[in-house]
Design a protein around this ligand. Structure first.
Ligand code: SF4
Length: 238
C-alpha cells in the first residue's frame, strides 16, 4: 500500500514575512541580504537606490553578495548634477553590472508636467509621475525589492521589520536597525566614496527642487520637502 503524501498548506505572503522577520530579528545586514538575494528571492529581487547620501553602504553590501543584482535608479530628471555623477562613479567603483536608469514616461510628462514645475504646484502628483509610476513599471517581473530605510530616520520608518509584504511585492530592509553611527563607521571602514553634497550639509538627498541642507542637530530628513508637510515621496506608501 502506498503511503499518503502529506501536503503542507502554502504560506501566505504575510505568514512568510512574519516568519522571516522573526528568524532574522537582530541579524546582520549581510545575513539578511545573503538570504534574500541568494536564496529566498533568488533571481526575482532588485535593489532600489537613490544614490543619495547614505546609499553607498547598501550598494557596497549588495556588491559583495552579488554584483549582478539589478539596481533600479529612479532618474526623475530633477536630480542634482552631483547625484548623476555620483551614480556613475559609485556603480563603476563597486563593480555593479546591472544598474538601470528609470525615467518618467515621456507622454505622461508632456501631459502632466509640460513646463517641468509640477513639483511647485503639486509635489505629490510630481512624485507620482516621476517616482511612483516609473518604479511600478520597473518592478514588473520582480517579486521583491531591497530598500535602504532605517529606523533612525523616524516617522513611518521607526518600527519597520526586516521583511515586509506590501500587497504586490516583498520588501527587504537590511539596514533597518542601523544607527547613523553604524552608517558612518561602515562607510569609513570600506572607504566608500561620499556623495559630494554631504559635505555641504545635505544628510539626505533627493531631487534638487525638494531638498535643502539642514542645520547641525536637525533630523536627517528635515531638508526633504522642507516646510510643506510632505515627508515621503510615495514609493513606500502607495
Ligand atoms: S521629490 Fe520633488 S521634484 Fe522629485 S519627483 Fe518628488 S516632487 Fe518632483
Amino acid at each position: 500500500m502506498t503511503a499518503a503524501v502529506l501536503q503542507m498548506p502554502a504560506q501566505s505572503p504575510e505568514e512568510r514575512v512574519r516568519a522571516l522577520s522573526k528568524e532574522f530579528f537582530g541579524a546582520s545586514a549581510e545575513d539578511i541580504l545573503e538570504r534574500a538575494i541568494a536564496h529566498e528571492f533568488a533571481g526575482e529581487i532588485a535593489l532600489v537606490s537613490s544614490f543619495g547620501a547614505e546609499s553607498g553602504v547598501l550598494l557596497h553590501l549588495v556588491s559583495r553578495v552579488a554584483p549582478d543584482t539589478p539596481v533600479i535608479f529612479l532618474d526623475t530628471q530633477k536630480h542634482f548634477a552631483q547625484t548623476l555623477t555620483h551614480r556613475r562613479k559609485l556603480a563603476a567603483s563597486l563593480g555593479l553590472t546591472d544598474v538601470r536608469d528609470i525615467t518618467p514616461n515621456e507622454e505622461e510628462q508632456q501631459a502632466e508636467d509640460r513646463t517641468g514645475d509640477l513639483w511647485r504646484r503639486d509635489p505629490d502628483a510630481c512624485c507620482d509621475l516621476r517616482k511612483v509610476r516609473p518604479l511600478k513599471g520597473a518592478l514588473d517581473g520582480f517579486d521583491a525589492w531591497v530598500t535602504g530605510r532605517k529606523a533612525f530616520h523616524g516617522g513611518g520608518r521607526a518600527h519597520l521589520p526586516a521583511f515586509e509584504w506590501n500587497g504586490t511585492h516583498f520588501k527587504v530592509n537590511p539596514l533597518v536597525s542601523w544607527a547613523q553611527s553604524d552608517v558612518k563607521a561602515y562607510t569609513e571602514k570600506h572607504d566608500i566614496p561620499a556623495h559630494p553634497l554631504v559635505a555641504q550639509g545635505y544628510p539626505s538627498i533627493g531631487c534638487w527642487p525638494c531638498t535643502m541642507p539642514v542645520e547641525e542637530g536637525e533630523d536627517v530628513r528635515a531638508g526633504r520637502w522642507s516646510g510643506s508637510g510632505k515627508v515621503e515621496c510615495g514609493i513606500h506608501t502607495r
